[in-house]
Every structure is written in C-alpha cells, then in structure tokens.
Design a protein. Structure first.
Length: 364
C-alpha cells in the first residue's frame, strides 16, 4: 500500500504551500501590530483646528466631495493623502505639530485665523497655491514667482520692482478678499507654504531695512514709528540719535507692546512673530522652508507644488542665506540681559516651533 511517488510529491508540495501561506499571514499581522502608527505620516494626517476669521470651529473636508474645477487639488503635492517629503521636511512638520500640542507654549504658538492673518496669505488659484508672507525672509522673490504663475507677467525679469508690492497692480489676491466658504475651501485643498529664518536675525534685518537704510518711499518708519518708540522706550532722554537697536528691542519685549502696535497698523508685519503672521498651529501647511537652507528648499517647494516646470526661484547670491552669528552677537552685545530675555520670551514660540536654538549669549 505504498503511495505512488508522484502523488506523494504532490501532497508534500501542497503541505509546503499551506505552511508558507500560514507563516506569511502571521508575519504580516506582526508587522502591522508593531509598526502601526495612527499619528504618523503614513496615515491620514490629524486635522488641526482651524479658526475661520474670528469663529473657532473644526473643519472636516469630505473625502469624496466633488468641488468645482477651480477648487480641484493639483500638483505633485496632492498625490495621496500627504506630500512625500524628504526627511528634513517631515521632521519640520512633525516638530511643529508637537510644539503646537505643548500646552505650556499655547499662548505663544496659537492665534486666531483673523483678517490680519488672511491679509498675509497670497493666492494663486490657477495652480492651487497659498503663500503666507513673512517679511524679511526673502518674500519679495516668492511674490515674483506667484505673480508670474498668476499670469500678470510672463517672466520674473519683466516685473518692475515698484509693482511687486503694489497689490492693486501685481495680480496677487489676498485670501482675505474671498468669502468665508471660499477661504475654507482654499485652506483645505491648496498647497500652502511659508518661509522662516532665525527670529533674532530677522529682527535685525527689519531694524536695518526700516530704520537704518530706510528707503525713501517708506518715510513713515523714520518719521512716525521711530519717534513713537523713542518717546516710550528710550532710557536716556538727552540722547538725540535716531532709533537705536536697544530701543527697538525694549519695545518688542514689552508685554504691553500692543498699545503701540495698534497705532503702527500693518507696518508691524516686519517684526511680529511668525505665529501672528501665519497661524501655523491653526492652518495645516504643506511645507515650511528655512531661509538658511533656501538653496535646497526653494527647488523642493516648486517641485512639491507641481510648478517646477513653469517657473524657477530667482538666483540666490552666494552667502546671503547663511546665518551670521557674529552679526547677531554684535547687535545684542550692548543690550541688557533683562531686555534680551523679555524679547526671547515673546519670540520663544517662533524659536521652538521651527527648531531654532536659544541664543548662546542668552545662556551665558
């Protein structure tokens, strides 16, 4: 009663197949249980709370909603649920999310998505892009990119410098110009980005640009804003020099700075926090570029938005994006530790949200 050889081999082969399938099922279950991360970037990203204008409400976007053509997502940024980013960009967004959850920093990291914020965000409907303006971080060049994409000019070289910031002529609508429902749709569906740099270096840049090298077409910085800061914050009343960096730091670090901010109006955008400008904990941005790595970040942003074949970021002069620690230390060398600490206390949210290290001269 011996089983023929060919039938014996068939049974052995069948048993081996069942064994392989069984082991594969066990291994798959183990991998799923071990590496499943519901809060990670392989799953659907947890939605942050979006405050629309002045109301706080959580926005839910229907998965299969068929929006009109003008609101359909476009570009490589929307392949799948999330942008497939290099590790550095994933880490930046993960850091942002973690700091946004830190209750100890809530007052420094959260703000309402008010008209002030919506005024900072420029819209390119043609390519479904939102860009939040953070002055003194190379924003002029990004505005030129969007102006070309919107069709106002065919190339960056053709754009007159006096047109870039003229919002009646440059063809760049602000997000605040849309209705509440249109704002929500764009915030949910468009590719969104902004650029940051070391917060203290940015303040130095704002001070030099507006109060030292002040261009003649913005006289109000020297003739209206500077005198207002001097009257309130200069210690030596006999000093007759123009606004000094020490006066500027004392104004920015004052917990009651809003008293003057209201008088200065939107001119304060050059030195208020990134949180106040772009509401990064309320709006889920696609990419956060860093000025210090702009040579790499600019091409990545264009590619992630699906527009790298249409426009290029203007050439960056060598060394212009490098963090200048010596310059920062020189500017702060004559300022009291008390005033520096008060300044840092106001901008701590910007330091923590975007991974900038607390200045060494603050620790000594």
């Amino acid at each position: 009663w011996l089983m023929p050889d060919n039938m014996h081999h068939q049974w052995l082969l069948l048993a081996a197949c069942f064994w392989v399938i069984f082991m594969f099922m066990v291994a798959s279950k183990f991998i799923t249980l071990t590496f499943k991360d519901p809060d990670g970037y392989g799953a659907k990203q947890e939605s942050l709370i979006l405050t629309a204008v002045t109301k706080v409400e959580e926005v839910h976007v229907p998965e299969e909603k068929h929006w009109p053509e003008e609101f359909q997502p476009t570009g490589k940024a929307f392949s799948g649920n999330l942008i497939r980013q290099p590790l550095v960009h994933m880490e930046r967004l993960e850091l942002l999310r973690n700091v946004c959850r830190d209750t100890a920093l809530r007052d420094l990291s959260h703000t309402a998505v008010s008209k002030f914020v919506l005024d900072r965000i420029f819209v390119c409907d043609k390519h479904k892009i939102l860009f939040c303006q953070t002055p003194k971080v190379g924003n002029t060049q990004w505005k030129k990119v969007l102006i070309v994409l919107n069709g106002a000019f065919s190339s960056i070289e053709e754009i007159p410098e006096n047109i870039v910031h003229d919002h009646e002529k440059n063809g760049l609508p602000r997000l605040s110009s849309f209705s509440d429902s249109e704002i929500k749709k764009r915030l949910n569906l468009y590719f969104k980005f902004f650029i940051v740099r070391d917060p203290f270096e940015r303040l130095i840049s704002a001070f030099k640009d507006k109060f030292v090298h002040n261009p003649r077409f913005e006289p109000w910085y020297r003739h209206e804003i500077a005198p207002g800061i001097i009257r309130k914050y200069r210690k030596n009343r006999t000093e007759t020099k123009g606004l000094q960096f020490e006066d500027f730091v004392r104004y920015l670090g004052d917990p009651n700075h809003r008293w003057l901010d209201v008088q200065f109006g939107d001119h304060i955008i050059h030195w208020v926090t990134y949180v106040e400008l772009c509401a990064p904990c309320e709006i889920t941005y696609s990419v956060i570029g860093h000025h210090e790595t702009l040579e790499d970040d600019a091409p990545y942003i264009l590619k992630a938005a699906g527009i790298d074949h249409l426009v290029s970021y203007p050439t960056i002069p060598p060394g212009i994006t490098v963090y200048n620690r010596t310059k920062v230390e020189r500017y702060f060398s004559g300022i009291s530790k008390r005033d520096i600490r008060r300044l840092y206390a106001r901008f701590e949210g910007d330091f923590k949200l975007f991974g900038y290290r607390e200045p060494d001269f603050l620790l000594n």
